[in-house]
Design a protein around this ligand. Structure first.
Ligand code: 2GN
Length: 454
């Protein structure tokens, strides 16, 4: 990261006197104390727990300083009113300073695919970086910006919306040169109330965009009312500015033509909507100066990331919310809140599988037990808890939900009830049910998702 401690203090308006601290280059900024290395700056955020509780851990790990909302004794710190606001301000400043081009992607489904495609196309020609995992919110986006490698030229940022106003904030931080809204999705999977509201939220992408920056929009009339006069816009879809023709679906690939390139494109991905995603990525890449030949080859060699927070269908029709990516108390709490707010299917139940979060240190049991506050029998019908450190949570849950609603499966050095867990889910999951899975990667929940979907 090309930022020094004094420069950071100036940009965020640190309120304490830091002139006695050396103005050294900061290695990187981390909000998870487990990731702090020598020379890093710690950012205490309010997650499931208040990050200020972990400031001493961060220093033991080698932090050179920390942000803080309160005065500290004997530790180098930058005093700010709000650590998250400071972080966002710094990210915005860093984008200005580095003059990187920001390409933003949002949308209901397909935003990750489009982001990955656009990244791979731009990376043929430029130093390109993209949002990792689900780092697409008000914390993840500034983190992505401040984690990009030095000399990055193109930055592909994914933006997610959980509440109205989220996209406006993210867009104001990132000020995209080009942005795409991939799709306005179905209301029942987004708890926004209506497609109208979803569209309104995504169109707030315009909040941080200049009039001559380009917004790519689906040919879906629901967004029409939100397009301001004079905004540079291109529409994609049948009969619009950009469209797909000659679509051929093979067993494991798609080939098609688009109306702005000469050659036929092939992608190693199925699902017709992915032709549209690839078309949009190809259009932006072409605008950014990537040669057609490069576009064709990069699309043929796509590497897509899988298994993030996403809705899937079980073979019996049940809805599965699979989130097996990052396991920390905050992420677990957030996904439980999200899942709780989604209305049940008619005559369907809500099932939750939680597995151990790894590497939480000496207080791991307690951090798992803290999840009980996010588990209410009003929201969830059956709980499946799997692991070792999660045992205490299973006991608390039994007291709160009753024995018949809580199922605990062991995984430790001696014993692994994985097969029993899969078996139980296979037989319990009804076709109208909704199922959430969350836990550390090494708990193999992805395998459960596979076995329920294939
Ligand atoms: O949802 S997120 O994962 N997110 C990231 C950004 O993009 C979108 C998704 C997320 C994670 C968010 Cl939005 C916000 C936060 Cl604050 C976090 C986060 O990392 N939260 C974490 C904790 C909380 N609460 S990480 C973490 C690790 N920590 C426990 C608490 C915690 C490990 C730890 C445990 C015990 C000790 C030290 C560290 C300890 N040492 N105890 N005694 N001595």
């Amino acid at each position: 990261m090309k930022l020094s401690l004094h420069e950071i203090a100036r940009v965020v308006g640190a309120k304490n006197d830091i002139s006695a601290l050396a103005d050294v280059r900061v290695n990187k900024i981390e909000f998870d104390s487990r990731l702090i290395e020598a020379g890093d700056l710690f950012l205490p955020l309010k997650g499931a727990r208040d990050g200020h509780e972990f400031i001493s851990v961060a220093f033991e790990q080698g932090a050179l300083a920390t942000f803080s909302e309160k005065a500290l004794i004997d530790k180098p710190y930058l005093l700010v009113d709000d650590c998250l606001v400071a972080f966002q301000k710094l990210a915005s400043y860093y984008l200005d300073k580095t003059e990187v081009d920001v390409l933003a992607v949002t949308g209901s489904n397909g935003k990750t695919t489009t982001k990955d495609m656009l990244h791979d196309l731009l990376a043929t020609t430029y130093k390109t970086y993209k949002t990792q995992g689900n780092y697409n919110n008000e914390i993840g986006l500034p983190y992505t910006v401040l984690s990009m490698p030095d000399e990055t030229q193109k930055l592909v940022l994914e933006m997610g919306q959980d509440h109205l106003g989220d996209i406006a904030l993210l867009s104001e931080i990132a000020r995209p040169k080009v942005a795409v809204i991939t799709l306005i999705g179905e209301a029942h999977l987004e708890f926004f109330g209506s497609r109208q509201k979803i569209a309104q939220g995504k169109m707030q992408m315009l909040a941080g965009m200049a009039k001559d920056s380009l917004l790519l929009l689906p040919a879906d009339e629901i967004v029409d009312a939100f397009i301001p006069q004079g905004q540079l816009v291109k529409r994609f879809g049948p009969g619009a500015d950009l469209y797909v023709t000659d679509l051929l679906e093979e067993k494991e690939s798609l080939s098609f033509r688009v109306n702005f390139l000469d050659q036929t494109l092939t992608i190693p991905v199925t699902g017709k909507y992915n032709a549209t995603n690839a078309m949009v990525a190809a259009y932006i890449a072409k605008l950014e100066g990537v040669a057609e030949e490069q576009i064709v080859t990069a699309l043929a060699d796509l590497q897509l990331t899988r298994n993030r927070t996403e809705w899937k269908k079980a073979h019996n029709g049940a809805d599965i919310l699979s989130d097996v990516y990052n396991a920390n108390p905050t992420a677990m709490r957030l996904i439980l809140e999200t899942f709780a707010h989604i209305p049940r299917n008619e005559s369907g139940r809500k099932l939750v599988v939680l597995a151990d979060m790894k590497e939480l240190g000496p207080t791991s049991q307690a951090l798992h037990e803290g999840m009980i506050d996010s588990l209410s029998p009003d929201d969830f019908d059956q709980l499946y808890l799997y692991g070792q450190d999660i045992k205490g949570l299973a006991d608390l849950a039994e007291a709160k939900f009753g024995q018949q609603a809580v199922h605990y499966f062991v995984k430790n050095d001696q014993q692994d009830d994985f097969d029993q867990l899969v078996q139980a889910l296979q037989s319990d999951l009804g076709e109208k049910d909704q199922l959430l899975l969350k836990g550390s990667n090494s708990m193999n929940l992805a395998k459960i998702v596979d076995s329920l979907t294939n």
